[in-house]
Design a protein around this ligand. Sequence first.
Ligand SMILES: [Zn+2]
Length: 472
Amino acid sequence: MAIRLAAVVLAVATLAAAPPAPRRATLVVTGGTVVTMDGQRRILAPGAVAIDGTTIVAVDTPEAIARRYSAADVIRADGAVIMPGLINTHGHAAMVMYRGLADDLALMDWLQKYIFPAERKTVSPDLVRVGTSLAVLEMIQSGTTLHTDMYYFEEEVARATKQAGMRGVLGQTVIGFPVADAKTPAEALARAERFMNAFTHDPLIVATVAAHSMYTVDADTLKATRDLARKFGVPLLTHLAETEEEVTQSLEKHHLTPAAYFDSLGFWDTPAVAAHGVHITDADIAILQKHGVGLSHNPESNMKLASGTAPITKCLNAGIAVGLGTDGAASNNDLDMFEAMRQTAFLHKLVEKDPTAASAQSVLEMATLGGAKVLGMADRIGSLEPGKLADLIVVSMQSARQTPMYNPISHLVYVTRGDDVRTTIVNGRILMRDRRVLTLDAPAVLAQARSMAKKVRAAVEAAAVPQSSIAR
Ligand SMILES: [Zn+2]
């Protein structure tokens, strides 16, 4: 009895002295420099991130996290940066299948003589599935955790994106001429609505509609896409003022700039994402600002097609949300968002003749929190903060190229390449760990893409001097 009592007393004493029991975490990433992109833009060196399920529960020092959380799994990130996953605000994932198929051409020639005809001959559910799997593999390997897409057979894009565990804002394309998945705009709209219904409330996919552009879609159809996006409460996607030619045609036909024409239709009366905005005027910027339209800046595509340079400094000064995009791989030709950051900084310094333009901090913001704002998701993603979804990456800073590191922000924008990403986590799930992709069979994805490429090559070679189907 005496012994039992002593044991009870000892147990009670131990209980009183013990710190509170650690809380459960499914995953802790610890030991690296944490670039939070939170309200104070805090950098913890070293720091740690605790994740429970799909959500970040704490961002703190490694010691504090170790004290407070007992983790089922721990990723050591010593000598690395832990940061929010990159958000690609504009692309056409499956177009990786046309990578390098036609280069060194102006946009309208490239689109109308090569890309649209190649798509007419080859776009199928199979090509979209194989292409998207290849694209999301490349994106996971280079630290992108969300991609925005405008394409055909968008349900295949959604399935391939979900299968890889990535997040997607995916728009079923509506365009004014017959395409592989719809003979008419009405058919495309019906298809978009079915797609949006099928993926409502999906944890990874925001299913939406993409009106290709004001020069390929008629007014009534543009209004119908707006109504559809509004009905589902999702962002409406479109291309805007990508080339001078688009603006000239718009002025001739409508006596309005593309942004003003959209405005005259009430197209901007619902949250929208405009890709490019290369040739927008001060009045256009005021329109976009007034309606809270987000701008997706695609510097590499704009440079490669010599489309021009979007006035992003003016847009940011006007309070417009600006994110970065790669655009499709056929006009880039890769999906590396680190390269998009670096090119953004260099391009704007050169064009604005101002080395202080597009600072590393502001460019990193565009690729993370800015992108989240463009997509209306800044309350859920874009920074590492408790309560936000666990979309984060670990970037190695160990190579010769990364040494020495005084300032992680400088390195992320001016030195880092996609291949430096070691680990990619989306919605709390590890998609790539120490460069090994866990959610996709990478060799199989590559083999399927190579085999599909043979069909693309044969189809394009069989097409005799393809001509545009678009009436000017
Ligand atoms: Zn595009």
